[in-house]
Ligand binder design. Structure first.
Ligand code: HEC
Length: 331
């Protein structure tokens, strides 16, 4: 009898626990989920770099539906049709006390992102067989950083990064020359001399047009200043234009597969400590770079001919402020 009662109590506890657990989860999205637009970017940007063919944290691969269903060391990660009972959701919500919350290091997913994953599972885990997610944002150690105060899609990365990432943020105590909000990009401590620190958004979709920004030195000895990056494919492929007041040099170039190639440069002297206006123009292969309304560099390059992201760069130990950005993209 006692044994029976105990079992009943135990069963009841389990049921109640299960309920409490489900109620704490962010709600599933109500709209029909589309794998390619809603789920794929999530997996690629936040999960697959640690759960793929080469790297299988906790024995889990997330680069196909079959692998996800097979699961990891604890068995299947997904119960199709039941997100509240799926380990994957317990991991991203941090409701499984035995395992770290996913993704580790970069910080939790938003409630909206979790809602999409839940709806995807509840709606049957649609996954077109020919789509294989690719790890984005580098490997585990070089995941992009967040940029406090800026929209979600802005990220901090570095070309030739070693160690910690720079900080990119909306400045609390600094304004642009006309009182505009300013953004700062400051190096990690210790700074990495060869690193080009980047603060950018893939959503700019910039192909042709112009981008203008006002920049100002806020720190740096070996390097100072910084500039713009555009047609950014990833942290190893983009165009850049930057001004270094320390060496009084303006430089425009490209980074292709991590290799830096200067396309043009010019001497330029701007009054120390003042905001400098940097502008680039791009039309097909034609580029031009201006400082304070003076065209300093122009030419043609056939390499990066696809629309890409845009943002800011600062090299090595340079700490730089950016304000009054005007992006004028032509379709
Ligand atoms: C930086 C690397 C990294 C990223 C990114 C990452 N994971 Fe993990 N994952 C791990 C590690 C490490 C463990 C083991 C955690 C532990 O033992 O506490 C794990 C374990 C898991 C498990 C448990 C598998 C099992 O059965 O053992 C699931 C499910 C999971 N991750 C899902 C995800 C999801 C979903 C994402 C994306 C939102 C994600 N992970 C992103 C490193 C990562």
């Amino acid at each position: 009898m006692c044994r029976f009662v105990c079992l009943c109590v135990l069963a009841l506890c389990l049921v109640l626990n299960g309920r409490a657990f489900a109620a704490d989860l962010p709600p599933a999205a109500t709209a029909k989920v589309d794998f390619q637009t809603d789920i794929l970017p999530l997996l690629e940007n936040h999960c697959v770099r640690c759960h793929n063919a080469e790297k299988q944290k906790s024995d889990l691969r997330m680069d196909s539906r079959e692998f996800l269903l097979k699961g990891g060391s604890e068995g299947p990660s997904v119960v199709v049709g039941n997100s509240a009972e799926s380990m994957m959701i317990a991991q991203v919500t941090g409701t499984n006390p035995d395992f770290d919350q996913m993704p580790p290091k970069e910080g939790p997913l938003s409630a909206e992102q979790i809602g999409l994953l839940r709806a995807w599972i509840d709606q049957g885990l649609e996954w077109p067989a020919d789509i294989v997610p690719q790890a984005k944002g580098g490997d585990e150690e070089t995941a992009p950083g967040k940029a406090p105060g800026l929209p979600e899609d802005w990220r901090v990365e570095a070309t030739h990064q070693q160690g910690a990432l720079a900080q990119g943020a909306l400045a609390a105590d600094l304004k642009g020359p006309n009182g505009e909000p300013a953004i700062t990009l400051t190096p990690p401590a210790p700074p990495v001399a060869e690193a080009i620190n980047l603060l950018w958004t893939p959503n700019a979709k910039f192909l042709n047009g112009s981008i203008e920004v006002k920049t100002k030195v806020i720190g740096g000895t070996a390097e100072q200043g910084g500039g713009l990056i555009w047609r950014v494919k990833d942290k190893n492929n983009y165009y850049f234009a930057s001004y270094n007041p320390a060496s009084k040099k303006f430089s425009l170039g490209k980074v292709v597969e991590g290799e830096i190639v200067e396309l043009g440069s010019a001497d330029f002297e701007a009054p120390a400590g003042e905001w400098v206006t940097l502008r680039i123009e791009q039309q097909g292969p034609q580029y031009a770079g201006h400082l304070n309304e003076q065209k300093l560099v122009e030419g043609s390059d056939a390499d990066l001919q696809e629309a890409g992201g845009a943002g800011y760069c600062a090299k090595g130990d340079a700490a730089t402020a950016f304000a009054a950005t005007k992006l004028n993209a032509q379709s």
